[in-house]
Design a protein around this ligand. Structure first.
Ligand code: SF4
Length: 273
């Protein structure tokens, strides 16, 4: 009997990225691109306490327990996650995901990428035999814990994104850029993805309109000139700089190639305009 090929284990945080923008997940996971911005650095700072794994292992039979930084996976879902905090209460288990910032004022008090991330963490725990029917998002700035209930619509959305993400992970085709999306200015990879530039080039390709001009920036070929010998003098003749040693010309340089003249004896420098 043939076995279905095992899915690669993809971190659940990539499912968050995929739900935000499939192209972002492809850039980070498939192409290995990474770039920090304020939000990613602040997010790491918020996670510093829960990134320190618990030293003691609670017993699942205990009435109530907490566990920090627990790595858990589900080969059948093809997912792996490092759970910030796991709470056990009378046999029920819930993951708690820490987030920077305040609780958003949107329906469900959380955006889909974060809700899908927590739902996927719950599914992994269920797959490992735990009794799970909700997870939580903890927003560090507002100190609020927002429940994420595993209802049918969230489970459908989560399973849909897991399946699509696995297809994208093995595809060589980079998902398209988002068009005029408010997500892009906040995206840490905006400088690598170049959404507006890419969309403009695609639009030109598709419409066959006039080709875009290639703009070639000027090369900065100017160099500094250092006068290192005592008795050296400089003068100008036409468009050339003349360097003399006790009256004898030792070098001529085109003025357009000189950025600065530095005299290391008098420690002065002259910038060429
Ligand atoms: S810049 Fe926009 S299109 Fe590009 S990866 Fe980020 S969110 Fe997606």
């Amino acid at each position: 009997m043939e076995h279905a090929p095992e899915k690669p284990l993809i971190p659940v945080r990539m499912l968050n990225e995929f739900t935000y923008c499939p192209r972002l997940m492809h850039l980070e996971w498939v192409q290995g691109e990474w770039q920090d911005n304020y939000e990613t650095v602040d997010g790491r700072f918020v996670h510093r306490r829960v990134d320190d794994p618990s030293r003691t292992q609670p017993s699942i039979e205990d009435a109530s327990w907490h566990l920090r930084s627990l790595t858990i996976s589900s080969p059948s879902l093809g997912l792996i996650a490092k759970l910030d905090l796991v709470k056990g209460d009378k046999g029920r288990v819930s993951p708690i995901e820490f987030k920077r910032g305040k609780t958003p004022r949107v329906p469900n008090r959380a955006y889909d990428p974060e809700r899908v991330q927590v739902a996927a963490q719950c599914l992994i725990l269920r797959d490992q035999g735990f009794d799970v029917d909700e997870g939580f998002l903890y927003f560090a700035e507002s100190h609020e814990r927002v429940p994420v209930i595993l209802d049918d619509s969230l489970l459908d959305l989560t399973h849909h994104h897991i399946a699509e993400m696995h297809q994208t992970a093995v595809s060589e085709v980079v998902p398209p850029v988002l068009i005029d999306s408010p997500k892009c200015p906040r995206c840490s990879l905006v400088g690598i993805c170049l959404p507006d530039e890419t969309a403009l080039l695609q639009w030109h390709d598709e419409t066959g309109s006039q080709p875009i001009r290639r703009l070639i920036p000027s090369a900065d070929i100017k160099v500094p000139v250092y006068l290192t010998q005592q008795g050296t003098s400089v003068g100008k003749s036409g468009k050339r700089l003349i360097v003399r040693d006790h009256g004898t010309t030792i070098q001529e340089i085109k003025m357009m190639e000189v950025e600065t003249v530095c005299d290391i004896y008098t420690i002065t420098s002259y910038h060429m305009l």
